[in-house]
Write a protein that binds this ligand. Structure first.
Ligand SMILES: [Zn+2]
Length: 127
C-alpha cells in the first residue's frame, strides 16, 4: 500500500494501527474522512494525510434498542453523526449509551477502536 493513495482501504489499514487518518486539501484546507483522492469542497487533488485526535461532538443521533446481530451485547447504542474537532463529519455507532437522556446533540464523544476479526472497527463512546 502506498501512503499516497487516499482510499477507504488505506483508512482501514490505519485503523488497525489505531490511527484515524483523513486527507487534507492543500488548496482549501478541507479534511475528508474517510480520505478521498479529490477534495469534496473544491475538487483539488493536491492532498496530504492528516491524523485526527479522535474527539468530536454529536450532531445528530438515534438510539438503537433493537440491535444488529453483531451488536447484541452493546445495546442500547446510538447511531449518529459525529463532527470531529478537526472539522470532518462521519456517521457511526456510539457506545456507552444507557438512557436516551444521557445523550444529546452536542454531547462529546471519543473514538474507540474495536478489533473485529481481521479488521478494526471505529466506534464512538460518550465522554
Ligand atoms: Zn479543497
Amino acid at each position: 500500500m502506498s501512503e499516497s493513495e487516499f482510499t477507504v482501504e488505506a483508512f482501514r489499514d490505519f485503523l488497525v494501527e489505531g490511527r484515524i487518518m483523513g486527507s487534507r486539501c492543500k488548496g482549501c484546507g478541507a479534511i475528508s474522512l474517510p480520505p478521498r483522492p479529490i477534495c469534496t469542497q473544491c475538487g483539488g487533488q493536491d492532498l496530504e494525510w492528516v491524523e485526527l485526535e479522535g474527539k468530536g461532538t454529536v450532531r445528530a443521533y438515534t438510539v438503537i434498542h433493537v440491535p444488529l446481530t453483531r451488536m447484541r451485547d452493546r445495546c442500547p447504542y446510538a447511531c449518529g453523526v459525529v463532527e470531529f474537532d478537526e472539522g470532518p463529519r462521519i456517521s457511526g455507532l456510539i457506545l456507552g449509551v444507557s438512557e436516551d437522556e444521557e445523550m444529546a446533540v452536542g454531547s462529546r464523544v471519543e473514538v474507540e477502536f474495536v478489533k473485529e476479526g481481521e479488521r478494526t472497527a471505529l466506534y464512538f463512546r460518550l465522554v
